[in-house]
Design a protein. Structure first.
Length: 277
């Protein structure tokens, strides 16, 4: 009795590679959502001085009808008040009083909604009090105070290397062109195009998403990655011979696609989250 071997007619795991990028970044968005600067929509994300920083979790803010926020916290047993306009304006300014006395206030504006920061140059307290405030500063805030960029580069490098390695391994078996190639390509394009919606809703409240809606549609962060993923899906849906030359080509294409798409989508995630620029 002769056994008929049915050739594999799908791209196998290769077709999932472009979908892993938005999927992984969505998991990153879920992880940082609870501490996202964009969550601080009441007016002020952080106060810094030459001695310490104060997180928005320790600041109470109230907005008036003109979107001017009055934020209050306690420093060394005395009241610190900061007042700032949270509407998009060309000239950013703020005023502050500490123990009812005026203190110099400098405004810092970063990408993303709700990420307002101020620096109080002249506010100085005794070192024991400053140390107590530093100890109370949330441990996770280091990610949003600068090193997030190095973390993003490391994650991007890991994704790029992993995508190239997986493409090399998964392209070793010959197979004919996949069926439903066009349909799968369109699904990939739609997944990439709609990626910004769940990410925006996860890391920023609805009020913030309305402010950044048009920004998130800029072609270099949404449309171009979707087009690259579309081209990749068309490529892996074709005939795979398992030859070394083709495997090298698919490996390079996988790594480049992941690098470009990942960097653009990380930019989108950083803007939505309110990361410092």
């Amino acid at each position: 009795m002769t056994t008929t071997v049915i050739p594999r007619t799908t791209a196998g795991p290769l077709r999932y590679l472009p979908l892993l990028v938005p999927g992984l970044l969505f998991l990153v968005a879920l992880a940082i959502a609870p501490v996202s600067p964009a969550k601080a929509t009441d007016g002020l994300y952080k106060i810094t001085t030459t001695q310490f920083s104060i997180s928005h979790h320790d600041i109470d803010c109230v907005k008036d009808a003109e979107q001017v926020a009055t934020c209050t916290t306690t420093v060394d047993g005395k009241v610190l008040d900061v007042r700032l306009d949270t509407t998009p304006v060309t000239e950013l300014s703020c005023t502050a009083t500490y123990d009812s006395l005026d203190t110099a206030c400098t405004r810092a504006f970063d990408y993303g909604p709700g990420s307002h920061r101020v620096h109080l140059d002249s506010l100085v307290v005794p070192e024991p009090a400053a140390q107590e405030i530093r100890d109370a500063y949330p441990w996770w805030s280091w990610l949003f105070d600068g090193p997030w960029f190095l973390f993003a580069l490391g994650l991007l490098a890991a994704m790029t290397i992993a995508a190239g390695a997986l493409a090399w391994v998964w392209s070793r078996h010959p197979r004919p062109a996949a069926r439903h190639r066009v349909l799968r390509t369109l699904v990939t394009f739609v997944v990439y195009w709609t990626f910004y919606l769940p990410v925006t809703l996860v890391v920023a409240p609805w009020e913030a998403t309305k402010l950044t809606y048009h920004l998130l549609l800029i072609p270099h962060s949404v449309l171009f990655p979707a087009l690259l993923a579309l081209v990749w899906q068309l490529a892996v849906g074709g005939k795979v011979t398992g030859a070394t030359g083709q495997r090298i080509g698919l490996t390079a294409a996988s790594a480049i696609t992941t690098l470009v798409c990942g960097s653009m989508m990380m930019l989108l995630l950083a803007v939505t989250t309110g990361m410092p620029d």
